[in-house]
Design a protein around this ligand. Structure first.
Ligand SMILES: Nc1ncnc2c1ncn2[C@@H]1O[C@H](COP(=O)(O)OP(=O)(O)OP(=O)(O)O)[C@@H](O)[C@H]1O
Ligand SMILES: [Mg+2]
Length: 237
């Protein structure tokens, strides 16, 4: 069985400046893998390459046995990769409910089925009370929850989250952790960028450390935290 996600020797430069160098790692179904590294290490860039927003200069990315390298973002999403952004991208002049229904447009469901799925999702992320609220009026934490809800509505195989815990309340962090653990239990693979050293060990057995665009190491959170190379990379940043 191939891994759910395989990233092989990915390189990416911007204006001649190397941002990712030979990035290689894999992730299994049902696994939550943390991605850490100092600011500017290339974490968001590798997410953008996996989701097709940036093209890789070289290297390969596979979802199970399907090559997704440099395919269009919409195609990659249809193949089962869902993501969120470091700064939530929600439709602010629509309600929470409308945002979720938008996510399902391409699924062409009957309106009853659409309603059922959206209601179930509102309950899962604790947003039922905010259903008719305009997103512009939502606190940032609830925007993050909405974005995650939108990402998982289409039953992805792989969920990639860019700093889901940054700038959100302890209460929202708890909802997100429970949600991610539940999703992983259903076989979804999750790749989570986070600096939150308290939440990470609760979510993932392993973290991948990216420094200056290169994979420095990978291992259990407890070991990684005490790895002098990791400590140096953070202190030197
Ligand atoms: N579109 C772009 N054009 C030019 N440079 C870019 C672009 N996207 C990213 N970079 C550069 O790539 C490097 C890595 O950025 P990236 O956003 O991936 O870092 P990060 O690890 O997500 O950092 P942070 O923790 O601050 O979010 C930075 O030097 C950044 O300036
Ligand atoms: Mg980033």
């Amino acid at each position: 069985m191939p891994a759910l996600l395989t990233v092989e020797q990915v390189n990416k430069s911007f204006q001649g400046v190397r941002t990712l160098t030979d990035v290689t790692f894999s992730l299994e179904s049902g696994q939550v893998l943390g991605l850490i590294g100092p600011n500017g290490a290339g974490k968001t860039t590798i997410f953008n390459v996996i989701s097709g927003i940036y093209t890789a200069d070289s290297g390969r990315i596979r979802l199970a046995d399907v090559e997704i390298t440099n395919r269009a973002p919409a195609r990659i999403a249809r193949l089962g990769v869902a993501r969120t952004f470091q700064v939530a991208r929600t439709f602010n002049d629509m309600t929470v409910d409308e945002n979720l229904r938008m996510a399902l447009v391409t699924a062409r469901l009957s309106s009853a089925e659409e309603r059922r799925r959206v209601d179930a999702m509102l309950d899962q992320v604790g947003l039922r009370g905010a259903r008719d609220t305009y997103v512009s009026a939502l606190p940032d934490g609830q925007k993050k929850l909405l974005e995650v809800a939108r990402a998982i509505l289409l039953d992805p195989k792989l969920l990639i989250l860019d700093e889901p815990f940054a700038g959100v309340s302890a209460e929202v962090i708890e909802i997100l952790i429970a949600l991610i653990i539940r999703l992983a239990g259903t076989g979804i693979g999750c790749l989570v960028i986070s600096h939150d050293i308290v939440s990470l060990p609760r979510l993932c057995e392993e973290v991948l450390v990216l420094v200056e665009g290169k994979v420095l190491t990978r291992g259990p959170v407890a070991e990684i935290r005490n790895d002098p190379r990791v400590v140096d990379a953070y202190l030197g940043a």
